[in-house]
Design a protein around this ligand. Structure first.
Ligand code: SF4
Ligand code: SF4
Length: 379
């Protein structure tokens, strides 16, 4: 049952400053190359509006995101005017020495002398074993002691129980980066709420990724949107998603990609925390979204390089979701499917190998869902 008091962030007296951080996982491009003028305009405006944190990783955009830190910030702005979160691709390491190699390369790529927050990227059961084997936590601690990492932590994609075990074993961690949004709040796959509560219980600062679930929560079923518009006609669905995450008292930072100035300006507005009634309406909308979303794909694309059949997995799931939600739109979805399938593997080409699934942060059963998508899209 919904507990209004628990979620009445307004009544609990939180004053709220904007907590938006600038995520560099997806940056604007023109003709397949980074659009540097647009990137400079966006990062400059974010700083003008009072933002400070930029989030990068060795693997984002094949290194372009690290390069963006150098070109947009290190070479153009005073060091104390911005903060950078960098991540170690610990899953590429075979030895402790490898950590040093990646760290030094990240400093060189970004043009920085220290990171404000340095994290292990993508801890899950498998990567946690690698991290322990290669003593990656010790590496982080040493970086903090020498002053090249001001705070340390990890980004996380697994169960709340494992998170509890990791934080018990590693109380030296300052920050945890979690996937938190109102759609995944109580799902068994992501466990946003339980992971958030676990991190808070251990006294950690929570940074949030995917507050709008890769844009999924910016485009919700009409019935769900109506519930929200009836309360605030001038709030977009994305505003609601960001307000929910920013209202959580343990959240220090909410990371989101911002590829358009209008989106950035909207995200940087100051917010009031949600009231109990507003949160209750949001959860009613959530139930409708859940019922109308066949595959909770965020479009991150992490699966793509692992498909031997060249299937554009997120593209097909987007079409599949759209067709399930609005069957009357088949006249536009099916030609779009045929167009994409002409230059890629078809949904029915899926051989069920499962090699995509271990790379999916949403833990989607891709091969099973691809069968269903093939039935609908190719019918
Ligand atoms: S299970 Fe299907 S979609 Fe996934 S990698 Fe294998 S062929 Fe590609
Ligand atoms: S299926 Fe998973 S890994 Fe692939 S794009 Fe969707 S969310 Fe990302």
């Amino acid at each position: 049952m919904f507990q209004a008091d628990l979620y009445n962030f307004k009544k609990r007296g939180n004053t709220m400053k904007n907590k938006m951080g600038f995520g560099l996982l997806r940056l604007p491009e023109t003709e397949g190359k980074p659009d540097w003028n647009k990137i400079f305009a966006l990062t400059d405006r974010y700083l003008e509006l009072g933002g400070t944190y930029f989030d990068t990783c060795y693997t984002y955009m094949d290194g372009v995101s690290d390069m963006a830190i150098k070109k947009a910030l290190s070479e153009r702005k005073p060091r104390d005017s911005f903060r950078v979160i960098e991540k170690l691709p610990g899953y590429f390491c075979s030895t402790y020495e490898d950590c040093r190699k990646y760290f030094d390369e990240e400093l060189r790529r970004t043009g920085l002398e220290y990171f404000d927050v340095f994290m292990l990227h993508w801890l899950n059961g498998e990567n946690y074993e690698i991290a322990e084997r290669c003593e990656e936590f010790r590496f982080l601690k040493e970086k903090k002691e020498e002053g090249t990492a001001l705070r340390i932590g990890f980004s996380y994609h697994d169960s709340a129980d494992l998170l509890d075990r990791i934080l018990t074993a590693h109380p030296e961690m300052d920050v945890v980066l979690l996937q938190v949004n109102y759609l995944d709040w109580d799902t068994a796959g992501i466990e946003s709420r339980r992971c958030y509560e676990t991190a808070v219980k251990h006294g950690k600062r929570v940074f949030v990724m995917e507050p709008v679930k890769g844009g999924t929560l910016a485009d919700i079923p009409r019935e769900a949107e109506q519930i929200l518009r009836d309360i605030h006609s001038d709030w977009s669905p994305a505003d609601w998603a960001l307000r929910f995450v920013q209202s959580l008292p343990g959240v220090e930072l909410c990371l989101s990609g911002m590829n358009e100035l209008s989106q950035l300006e909207a995200n940087m507005r100051s917010f009031e925390p949600l009231s109990g009634d507003e949160t209750e309406a949001l959860f009613r909308a959530r139930d409708i979204i859940t019922k109308n979303t066949e595959v909770p794909c965020t479009g991150c694309g992490y699966c793509l390089d692992h498909c031997p059949m060249g299937i554009p997995i997120p593209g097909y799931f987007r079409m599949y979701n759209e067709l399930k939600r609005y069957p009357e739109d088949d006249w536009k979805v099916q030609p779009a499917y045929e167009q994409l399938a002409a230059s890629h593997g078809r949904a029915s080409d899926c051989i069920g190998c499962g090699s995509c699934e271990e790379h999916c942060p949403q833990r989607i059963e891709i091969s099973e869902n691809m069968k269903r998508a093939a039935e609908l899209l190719e019918n």
